[in-house]
Design a binder for this molecule. Structure first.
Ligand code: SF4
Length: 227
């Protein structure tokens, strides 16, 4: 009689994650995704902002059933929601839409920090319950505050966070999109190099910091998802 096999989610010490991080610096993104899938699926998901579908394209080549999380803040541009649908159809996504409970609709005006905490981070926490690891498309090239982002790290929840394309430049992303005909948010061609909620995202001029349209004029550069 065949013995039932048991599988336990692997645990990594901080030192082991640091060693992996060093190895991943020289590894192509699809192999990093493969490592994450091998180690953690199905206790693994990918979070998407729907600026483009580069990480989704990479990840679904490795694991077509990987869970893709999109946080519907209720404040997305119509173009972003259309991109969600386009990407869902193109890849047949195992998409998990996180919808936000009713809240003070003016909170972003008076307290964007708390708005992001309640709307975005709260929904991410909910999406990551029962997960061991998650992946995001965060890149060092996107902003100064992301310039030293690790490829693999333990997040504040104690989960393993993997950023498979952390080392990619804007040109790397553009090349991949062209080579694989990856869907992109149409706002990218309308002066929005970084796309978030409409109340907190403005277009930027050529040559300006791509993230300067996010929370413009406020002392805020991140929503807290990647802390
Ligand atoms: S980006 Fe703006 S609207 Fe969206 S959750 Fe943060 S503060 Fe609220």
């Amino acid at each position: 009689m065949a013995l039932a096999t048991t599988w336990e989610i692997p645990e990594f010490t901080d030192a082991e994650l640091a060693d992996l991080n060093a190895d991943f610096e020289r590894m192509p993104a699809h192999k990093i995704v493969q490592w994450a899938v091998d180690a953690f699926a199905p206790h693994l998901c990918l979070t998407a902002s729907m600026t483009d579908a580069v990480l989704i394209d990479l990840a679904t080549r490795v694991d077509p059933a990987i869970e893709v999380v999109f946080i519907d803040t209720g404040y997305h541009f119509p173009e972003t929601l259309e991109t969600v649908e386009q990407v869902r159809r193109r890849y047949g996504l195992n998409l998990r839409m996180m919808t936000v409970p009713t809240h003070d609709e003016e909170l972003w005006k008076v307290d964007p920090g708390n708005c992001c905490s309640a709307v975005k981070v709260g929904q991410l926490d909910r999406a990551l319950a029962n997960k061991a690891a998650w992946m995001s498309g965060l890149r060092r090239d996107e902003a100064e505050v992301r310039a030293t982002a690790p490829i693999v790290v333990r997040d504040l929840r104690g989960l393993v966070k993997v950023n498979p394309i952390a080392t990619w430049t804007d040109q790397d992303v553009a090349d991949y999109i062209a080579e694989h005909d990856v869907p992109v948010n149409p706002l990218l061609d309308q002066g929005y190099p970084s796309i978030g909620c409409w109340p907190c995202t403005k277009p930027v001029a050529d040559g300006e910091d791509p993230r300067s349209g996010r929370w413009a004029g406020q002392n805020k550069t991140e929503c807290g998802l990647h802390l």
